[in-house]
Design a binder for this molecule. Sequence first.
Ligand code: GTP
Ligand code: MG
Length: 416
Amino acid sequence: MTTILRSNGIDNSPLQIFVKAKKKINDIFTEIEDYINDTVDYMHEIENEEKIVSKGKVKKIEDYVNKVRSIREVLARDHMKVAFFGRTSNGKSSVINAMLRDKILPSGIGHTTNCFLQVEGSSAEDPYLTLEGSTEQRAVESVGQLAHALCKEKLSESQMVRVFWPKNKCLLLRDDVVFVDSPGVDVTPNLDEWIDKHCLDADVFVLVANAESTLMVTEKNFFHKVSTKLSKPNIFILNNRWDASATEPEFLDQVRRQHQERAIDFLVKELCVCTTKEAEERIFFISAKEVLQARLAEQGQTVSTPLTEGFQTRYFEFQDFERKFEECISKSAVKTKFEQHSQRGKYIANELKDILEEIYNEALKLKEEKLKLQKEITDKINYTEQQLLMVTQEMKLKIRNMVEDVEQRVSKALTE
Ligand code: GTP
Ligand code: MG
């Protein structure tokens, strides 16, 4: 269903929730960055003119420039991460290939995954890989080459090899989903190291189980450890190799019910990570091998092989898994990846507002002080003027009296 709508050009994939949220939060931080840059410019302009902006305040705002820049860098790298675990040969690599619609990861006999492999989208035209601790890009043209490159290296099982696959070849990679493939949980004693190194930032875990057997203690133990380190991890359980059930149709319902009940008990009662209703939406019976074959044939990469009984139902169930997985990873990643950033953005915007308000209040105070001073000076001038006026009038009077007195005396002297 997802494929049909998306190939019609209407992108209604649930992954768009993340893609759109990422764009939005990026736009918001671009605005915050512009706002801070304008503020810094303005502060530098007025810094020397008046004593309303202290050096401390300028420094505080300048520091936000770097903080916002590093948040934007983290945001640009943010992605949705899904990690696949399960016993060796259960089909982890095959499930990833089926979802990516291409034989990207080596799988099958002789191609046991012996280190962590992270597949992520790249803007480069050709795929390449990098080894842990190095940035050297090694070209990979085919799965065979990738497998060969991995065999040559002496990789330890907890090492991470990053495979960069062209985004334009796969919608999931274009929409920022990163896939992590792992060696079988039964091959290592270092589960804690695995979890600490590769799992703490995963948004979704997929347990690839083998529908031909039952959930194993090693698989359960791994997820017990995961759920002690992460609160309520999102776990999907894929009962892979369900095509095997076609050979024994009389037991199909019974076996399915048994697997379903055990898986629900595991998620709900043992791990306590979800409710029974939620668990029912997290357990699927699929065949990764068939889906991959069908998709490769659809794309004309291989010739179609005869379909096993019940293929269509398993194919639909795989698509149902993909849809629910996309919804879950998208919502979870928005929450875990963006919630903190948006709070940080709010905090920075508030701090800026407070500092600018302080500057505004300081400016107001200065203006009032100046006005007061001006009024005092004017009052003083007026008073002095009045005083002067009074003094001059008094003087005038005195002088007139003196002159009259002198005149009188002079004329009196003259008549005598
Ligand atoms: P490791 O990397 O060794 O841990 O194995 P893995 O879990 O990655 O399994 P992988 O995908 O390599 O598959 C192992 C073998 O099982 C391959 O030969 C696949 O073709 C086969 N296989 C995978 N999925 C299915 C399936 O649904 N049905 C059947 N019949 N075979 C499958
Ligand atoms: Mg593998």
